[in-house]
Design a protein around this ligand. Structure first.
Ligand code: IMP
Ligand code: MG
Length: 183
């Protein structure tokens, strides 16, 4: 697996620092909200990030899951968002949601999900991403909490995959282009 990695982009130490910084902001922002705080982990990519982040949140918090896909091929977004697993709740107006993503690329997934949860009556919806590739935006979108802005490279590890592999790497690395057939 390590032979397929060109270089480490975000080390384990830096990921830990990102989680601490974002959790501290969330702890301060939702301290007096008076609503239920719910993190939505977007499967499968944000599993690792959600785990690390939630351990550093000191407020009462619920965890829920959604599974969506936007990718037509392995590395290029199709622009169509499919919801494969949805949340089921009848208390939407009592909930402050934070959607947790591994990476924002075109911005389509998160902008679609924010609109979707607001339409379903959520009290509030914010977004949190470990990584952000703003150069790749197709729709206007700015995450509320962002770990690190990265260049337009295909990255894997700490939840992020290529063809379902590399999610278990403990760091985020740039995948060698010859592995995915790009330049
Ligand atoms: P968006 O809707 O284009 O912002 O899609 C974001 C999703 O694309 C993420 O949840 C990832 O699953 C996937 N993605 C985007 N860039 C990368 C990458 O560099 N490596 C792995 N997955 C990526
Ligand atoms: Mg994903």
């Amino acid at each position: 697996m390590l032979n397929d990695i060109e270089s480490v982009l975000v080390s384990e130490k830096e990921i830990d620092e990102i989680c601490t910084r974002i959790a501290n902001s969330i702890n301060a922002d939702y301290k007096d909200s008076g609503k239920k705080l719910v993190l939505i982990c977007i499967l499968k990519g944000s599993l690792a990030f959600t785990c690390e982040l939630m351990k550093k949140i000191t407020l009462p918090v619920e965890i829920d899951f959604m599974k969506v896909s936007s990718y037509g091929s392995k590395t290029v977004s199709s622009g169509v968002i499919n919801i494969h697993l949805d949340i089921k709740r009848d208390d939407m107006e009592d909930v402050d949601f934070i959607i947790i993503e591994d990476i924002v690329d075109s911005g389509r997934t998160l902008s679609h999900l924010v609109r979707y949860l607001k339409e379903r009556g959520a009290n509030s919806v914010r977004t949190c991403t470990m990584l952000d590739k703003p150069d790749r935006r197709k729709v206007e979108f700015v995450p509320d909490y962002s770990g690190k802005v990265i260049p337009d490279k295909f990255v894997v590890g700490f939840g992020l995959d290529y063809d379902e592999k590399y999610r278990n790497l403990p760091f985020v690395g740039i995948l060698k282009p010859e592995v995915w057939g790009g330049q």
